[in-house]
Design a protein around this ligand. Structure first.
Ligand SMILES: [Zn+2]
Length: 208
């Protein structure tokens, strides 16, 4: 049953129509952009979208995911926050994607921390592949592909004056592998770079 569902989903991605340049530009013009003006308290202010982001977003939206994302624009749209610290980059809150224009500082910090197993092909990552992945964690991404929420929240522990949120590792893992398989890899294929075969460990991503 699960395989059948995946097959239908993949077929719907394969046979999707592609958005026009005009539709994509109109979507991007409506996207809200912010910059982080205080890293400590995550204070943001509205700012114009930088050209680098506009360019990468155009590529994504002209690609296999674009038409599906545009179709749900009346329900939910993407937002972007430019950050300064690689530790704050490439994460999601609702439909807000936190990013930085330069991929290199983020890549270097991940590589040096030993978080890139063989077959991740993150040395090939572009701003676009990282954004395509993050879209997979947004409500927009889920609506676009008709995917259920993977709820990883388990409980909140309060002790010694500290609040700690506990998440299910297994659910987080499912969410990450889904983002790679259904969002990042179709975009990688579209721009012609190696598909990501690894997230946590070598070969843990199903590559079709
Ligand atoms: Zn992720």
């Amino acid at each position: 049953m699960k395989n059948l569902f995946q097959l239908i989903l993949l077929a719907s991605i394969c046979f999707t129509s592609f958005a026009s340049v005009k539709e994509v530009q109109s979507y991007i013009n409506s996207v809200k952009h912010y910059e982080l003006i205080d890293d400590q308290i995550f204070l943001e202010k509205r700012s114009p979208m930088p050209q680098e982001l506009r360019y990468q977003l155009t590529l994504i939206l002209l690609g296999p995911l674009g038409d599906l994302i545009l179709r749900v624009k009346d329900q939910a749209t993407l937002e972007f926050v430019e950050v300064n610290d690689p530790r704050d980059a490439f994460g999601v809150n609702g439909n807000k994607i936190y990013y930085m224009k330069s991929v290199l500082p983020w890549y270097t910090s991940k590589r040096d921390a030993g978080h890139l197993p063989a077959g991740s092909y993150m040395e090939e990552a572009t701003l676009g592949t990282l954004l395509a992945h993050e879209i997979g964690h947004t409500e927009v991404g889920r609506l676009a592909l008709g995917l259920p929420i993977i709820n990883s929240y388990l409980r909140t522990d309060i002790g010694n004056g500290r609040v700690t949120f506990i998440f299910s590792r297994e659910m987080v893992r499912k969410e990450e592998l889904r983002a790679v398989r259904l969002f990042e890899n179709p975009y990688r294929q579209y721009i012609g770079i190696p598909l990501r075969e690894s997230y946590y460990k070598a070969g843990d991503v199903t590559v079709h």
